[in-house]
Design a protein around this ligand. Structure first.
Ligand SMILES: CC(C)[C@H](C(=O)O)[C@@H](O)C(=O)O
Ligand code: SF4
Length: 755
């Protein structure tokens, strides 16, 4: 009998189906995770959970750890250990905690002494750990980067990190399908960073909410892998769950020969499978956005959200010309923060600092493109400019190609790999009011340092700003210039002949060679039995004071700023909730006008948000932890960012989504200090006048919240399904098993009983 004809599907639909271990009646699916990358910021509490429950890491061969956010980018020539190298206590503790967990659980780890260390989203692709057709997760919102390979890649919160470590799965609902089609030919001097900034300007930061976005069209097809990654990296800034690009010959050529990519016959089999990974011609997309390449100019941001962009030949917007009051208010607020006057030509804005780095633009091509602009020029006198390669290997390659020399001769600071000034969790930070031309992805208030002002742009544009001292059209600087070719192939293996900047063996890194056996053995260790569900406080009916907030796009950096992410605990963050808005930065006294500093809102149990897209940006679960620690258990709003919303429910909190009209009515009670009731069993919000507002909630989420159930124990009840999925995966996609890896791996893991 012929196989039933499959309906046309999108690449996302195919990837989702390929990874579904089981599906519940309400559509919640258990998805198998092929690749898990771990960093020091979002993992300590997850490992703590595993330790407490005496659970092990299910698939050591599918998990890779590195340290990136907290690491100083100063020279590592004298690096001995994290303990002696990292001066800030909280940063050091977070990195040491990762190293302790790496040893305890037996993870593969690229530590600071290893030249393969770097930003999570750079090292995964660089090593061939990220592969087409896989699911990739990390406790980090920019995991979307890996979607450039045709992988379903998305950020998760810390509770989900723990879930993946223990079960190698996540619970997911299907997203909608969105397509961004970019056709035509890019003009001279336009890079993929301009393309994605322009696209976000068109869609807005909430344009992709609820969707997985596939980028396609001739422009995308002609981009290199590095350039594609800059685009999928920023797909999270459109609010989408993930960004995807169908794998093609460019993808395969990039991956071939990478240390963790399949080899020999497995390579052939893998490529055969990868070639099937594309959307069918007649597949249905819920939304399509068409962009004409000719409309894209060098693009820069002027405000405090990645959607606040314009062309370098444009001007700072004038709020007086905007009729929508909410939009006008948000422009006014952004201009005040950015210290910009309306109608200022963008190319007259002077900068103090230039940052070339981050998971968006710290790859070798990015450095080449910046070096082309910089060569033979000097950094402007009043500017401090830095280049921070995305990994130790990129740094090494750039030195080999002479790029480092070009930067140094021009007056750039040439740094070691890490997240650096992208979010200032390490010593690289802006001072208040300092203005920075940055190749990173977020220009939120305080993102690069409290009071710092960020303008997002491409590496070439950032280089142009460095040498001219102001935002500048890079095309003018390139006129009549000969293009320099930087051709050497990048060596991504762990080559012991090439000395790393760290000569000494690290104290903390007890490493053994060739641990593949240990890896495979422990990967095959029997999964622990389900324990009694660890208790979350059950959520039934909540009645209390509701605090009103009416700003749109409140990001998680605002809810809990970066300096508070350096904790290894879940508790105690309530005092830091909305820190920059709640306390004066100089006196640290409460700002009386901020709602949570007022009575009765100090006792608020509910937030009523009458702006859209609350919780956008980072995946930090610290945001819900801070809210719950303050006393908030429910949020009522028009729309919430997806990772944030997920993180709420994993912490026993309820996001209630209602139409704007309803939210505004409830906000009225909130403003008057009247209590509001959220009834989860009946799925209604009730005002004191008795008016009820019904809301939707996924039945599985409702069940877990009402019963205070933790997902891991529930998932482990489906151990048989997970194991049989794994057997099928090994039989059909064997290249995904085991780390095909000749490098160093940590000492053997302890077993749960040894703890
Ligand atoms: C620290 C981490 C949770 C965060 C993220 O999720 O994105 C960070 O990488 C960021 O860019 O804000
Ligand atoms: S966005 Fe910045 S902080 Fe986040 S992972 Fe990328 S480089 Fe690091």
């Amino acid at each position: 009998m012929p196989a039933p004809k499959q309906p046309p599907s999108t690449l996302y639909d195919k990837l989702f189906a390929l990874h579904t271990v089981r599906e519940q009646d309400d559509g919640t699916c258990l998805l198998y995770i092929d690749r898990h990358i771990v960093h020091e910021v979002t993992s300590p509490q997850a490992f703590e959970g595993l330790r407490n429950a005496k659970r092990t890491v299910r698939r050591l061969d599918c998990t890779l750890a590195t340290t990136d956010h907290n690491v100083p980018t100063s020279s590592r020539t004298n690096f001995k250990s994290v303990k002696t190298f990292i001066k800030e206590d909280d940063s050091r503790i977070q990195c040491e905690t990762l190293e302790d967990n790496v040893k305890l659980f037996g993870l593969t780890y690229f530590g600071m002494a290893d030249k393969r260390q770097g930003i999570v989203h750079i090292i995964g692709p660089e090593q061939g750990f990220t592969l087409p057709g896989t699911t990739v997760v990390c406790g980090d919102s920019h995991t979307s980067t890996h979607g450039a390979f045709g992988a379903l890649a998305f950020g998760i919160g810390t509770s989900e990190v723990e879930h993946v470590l223990a079960t190698q799965t996540v619970l997911q609902k299907r997203s909608k399908n969105m397509r961004v089609r970019i056709n035509g030919t890019l003009n001279e001097g336009i890079t993929s960073k301009d393309v994605i900034l322009h696209t976000i300007g068109v869609t807005g930061t909430a344009g992709g909410t609820g969707s997985v976005v596939e980028f396609c069209g001739s422009v995308v097809e002609n981009l290199s892998m590095e350039a594609r990654m800059s685009m999928t990296n920023m797909s999270i800034e459109m609010g989408s769950r993930a960004g995807l690009i169908a794998p093609d010959e460019t993808t395969f050529a990039y991956l071939k020969g990478r240390p963790l990519a399949p080899k020999g016959d497995e390579w052939e089999a893998a490529v055969k499978h990868w070639r099937t990974l594309k959307s069918d011609a007649d597949a249905h997309f819920d939304t399509t956005v068409d962009i004409d390449a000719q409309d894209i100019e060098p693009t820069v941001s002027w405000g405090t959200s990645p959607q606040d962009v314009t062309s370098i030949s444009g001007k700072v917007p004038d709020p007086e010309t905007v009729s929508d009051p909410a939009k006008k208010k948000s422009i006014l607020r952004a201009l005040e923060y950015m210290g910009l006057a309306p109608n200022t030509p963008m190319d007259q804005i002077k900068v103090d600092k230039v940052f070339i780095g981050s998971c968006t633009n710290a790859r070798i091509e990015d450095l080449r493109s910046a070096a082309r602009v910089v060569q033979g020029r000097k950094v402007a006198d009043h500017v401090y400019a830095m280049v921070v390669p995305g990994s130790g290997l990129i740094r090494q390659q750039a030195e080999k190609e002479g790029l480092a020399r070009i930067f140094r001769e021009a007056g750039f600071d040439w740094r070691e790999a890490g997240c650096s000034m992208c979010l200032g969790m390490n010593p690289d930070m802006l001072s208040p009011q300092e203005r920075c031309a940055s190749t990173s992805n977020r220009n939120f208030e305080g993102r690069q340092g409290a009071g710092g002002r960020t303008h997002l742009m491409s590496p070439a544009m950032a280089a142009a700003a460095a040498v001219t001292g102001k935002l500048s059209d890079v095309r003018k600087l390139m006129q009549g210039r000969q293009d320099i070719a930087f051709e050497p192939e990048m060596d991504v293996a762990s080559d012991e002949d090439v000395p790393h900047t760290n000569e000494a063996a690290p104290e903390g890194d007890e490493l053994v060679e060739e641990g593949t056996d240990a890896q495979t053995e422990s990967a095959a260790a029997p999964a622990p039995q389900a324990s009694v569900p660890a208790g979350l406080p059950p959520f039934t009916v909540l009645k209390g004071i509701a605090a009103p907030m009416d700003i749109s796009n409140i990001d998680t950096d605002a809810i809990i700023p970066k300096q508070f992410l350096k904790t290894i605990k879940r508790t105690g963050l309530g005092v830091a909730l909305f820190d920059a808005w709640r306390y004066d930065s100089k006196t640290h006294e409460e700002i009386p006008s901020f709602v949570l500093n007022q009575e009765p809102y100090r006792q608020a149990k509910i937030l009523v948000v009458s702006g859209v897209n609350f919780g956008c940006g980072s995946s930090r679960e610290h945001a819900p932890w801070a809210l719950v620690d303050f006393g908030i258990r429910a949020l009522i709003g028009i729309s919430f960012a997806e990772i944030f919303s997920n993180n709420l429910t994993k912490n026993g909190m309820l996001p209630v989504v209602l139409p704007e009209k309803d939210v505004l009515e409830i906000a009225e009670d909130a403003r008057q200090g009247i209590e509001v009731e959220v009834d989860l069993p009946k799925q209604v919000v009730r005002r004191s006048n008795g008016k009820e507002y019904p809301f939707e909630v996924n039945s599985f989420t409702k069940h877990c919240l009402i019963n205070g159930l933790d997902d891991i124990s529930l998932t482990l009840q489906h151990e048989k399904d997970i194991s049989s999925y794994e057997s099928h995966r090994s039989a059909t996609r064997p290249w995904l098993d085991g780390l095909n890896f000749r490098g160093k791996v940590p000492v053997e893991p302890k077993t749960a009983t040894e703890w």
